[in-house]
Design a protein around this ligand. Structure first.
Ligand code: FDA
Length: 305
C-alpha cells in the first residue's frame, strides 16, 4: 500500500515541488545522492575508491522533454568522464545512463546518438557505460540500443530486472562472452501481465536469472541489498568457479554501507551506484518505495517547512 503511494508520489509534480522546497528534505537526499554537481560526485567517488569500492556515477534526471535537454545531459556525461580520467579515477569509475534522459521518449535515434557519444567518451577515458533499465515499455528499445552500441563498444553494460517475466530469456540472450549484465529486482510499478507481483516470486526469478548469468560466459553484476540473494550469489560464484574480477556486487550509495565494506573485505569486487544532480525527486521516491518504513523521514521533512 505505502509502496504504491510512493510510486504515485513519484509522478506528482505538486508533491515534487513541496518535497524539494522543504529544507529538511536535503538531509534525506544527502543520504542517497552524492551532491548537486560533478565536482561533489567526484569527491565522494574518491572517498569510496579510497575504501576499495568502485563506482558507477549517474547524473539524475528522467524528465527530458526537449532535444536541448537531452544534449545537455549528454554533455554533462562527456564532461564528467573527462574529469574522472583527469582525476585518475578511471577505469574503476564508470557511468550509468538512462536513455530517457538522453531523449528516448522524443526520438530513439537521437537517444542512441547521445548514448554513443557518451560511450566514445568513456572509451577515451578507459572505462565503460551501463544502460539503466527503466519501465517495461522501454525494455525492447533499450536492449536494441544496447546491441547497436555493443558493435563499437562491446563492454557497454545491460541492466535486467528480475521482476519482469521476460528476463530469464533476456539473461540467456545476453549471457555471452564479454557481456556485462547488471541483475536487479526492478524499481518501477509494473502490471501483473508483465511482472511478478509477490516478493517471493521476484526473489525466485532473481535466483533463476543469477544461475543463468553465473553459469554463462558473461560478466554478472549482482545488484541487490538482499542478504539472502547476496549469500546465494556468493555461493554461485564459488560453485561456478568464478574468481574476483569475473563478477561483481553492486549496491546503492547510502544503502547497507557496512555490507559494502564486508563484501570488499571478503575479496569481492564491489561497485557503488552513485547518483548526483539536482533532479533527485523520482530517484528518492523509488528508494522510499523500497523501504516504506522510512515514510516517517519524509513526513518529518515536510512538517519542518
Ligand atoms: P529489497 O528492496 O527487496 O530488500 C531486500 C532486503 O534487503 C531487505 O529485506 C533488507 O534485508 C535488505 N535491505 C534493503 N534495503 C535496505 C536498507 N536501506 N537498509 C538495510 N537493509 C536493506 N532498478 C531498475 O529498475 N533499473 C536499474 O537500472 C536499477 N539499477 C540499480 C543499480 C544498483 C547498483 C542497485 C543496487 C539497484 C538498482 N536498481 C535498479 C534498483 C533495484 O531494482 C531495486 O529496486 C533495489 O535494489 C531494491 O531491491 P533489493 O534487491 O535491494 O531488495
Amino acid at each position: 500500500m505505502l509502496r504504491s503511494l510512493f510510486f504515485a508520489a513519484a509522478g506528482s509534480a505538486r508533491l515534487e515541488r513541496l518535497v524539494e522546497s522543504a529544507p529538511a528534505s536535503l538531509g534525506i537526499v544527502r543520504r542517497f545522492v552524492a551532491g548537486d554537481d560533478g565536482e561533489e560526485a567526484l569527491r565522494v567517488a574518491r572517498e569510496l575508491a579510497d575504501d576499495g569500492l568502485a563506482v558507477s556515477l549517474v547524473h539524475l534526471g528522467e524528465g527530458t522533454e526537449t532535444t536541448a535537454q537531452a544534449q545537455a545531459v549528454r554533455d554533462e556525461y562527456v564532461a564528467l568522464l573527462g574529469r574522472l580520467r583527469h582525476a585518475g579515477l578511471t577505469p574503476a569509475a564508470e557511468v550509468s545512463v538512462k536513455l530517457s534522459a538522453l531523449g528516448q521518449r522524443i526520438d530513439e535515434k537521437m537517444a542512441y546518438e547521445n548514448a554513443r557519444a557518451i560511450c566514445a567518451a568513456a572509451a577515451d577515458a578507459g572505462t565503460t557505460v551501463t544502460l539503466d533499465a527503466e519501465d517495461h515499455s522501454t525494455t525492447d528499445a533499450t536492449l536494441e540500443t544496447l546491441l547497436e552500441l555493443r558493435r563499437d563498444f562491446p563492454a557497454t553494460g545491460a541492466v535486467l530486472q528480475a521482476y519482469l517475466r521476460r528476463t530469464e530469456g533476456d539473461c540467456r540472450e545476453l549471457s555471452t562472452a564479454g557481456s556485462r549484465v547488471r541483475l536487479c529486482k526492478g524499481a518501477y510499478a509494473e502490471p501483473e501481465s508483465v511482472a511478478y507481483q509477490s516478493a517471493l516470486d521476484v526473489d525466485k526469478s532473481y535466483v533463476r536469472c543469477l544461475n543463468i548469468l553465473m553459469s554463462g560466459e558473461g560478466y554478472p553484476m549482482v545488484a541487490t541489498h538482499d542478504p539472502r540473494l547476496i549469500a546465494i550469489a556468493e555461493d554461485r560464484a564459488r560453485w561456478f568457479d568464478r574468481s574476483t574480477g569475473e563478477y561483481e556486487f553492486q549496491l546503492l550509495y547510502g544503502v547497507r554501507q557496512e555490507e559494502q565494506a564486508r563484501l570488499a573485505a571478503g575479496g569481492h569486487a564491489v561497485r557503488v551506484y552513485l547518483p548526483y544532480g539536482t533532479q533527485w525527486y523520482g530517484y528518492l521516491m523509488r528508494r522510499l518505495a523500497e523501504r516504506p518504513g522510512k515514510v516517517t523521514l519524509l513526513a518529518q521533512a515536510l512538517s519542518s517547512r
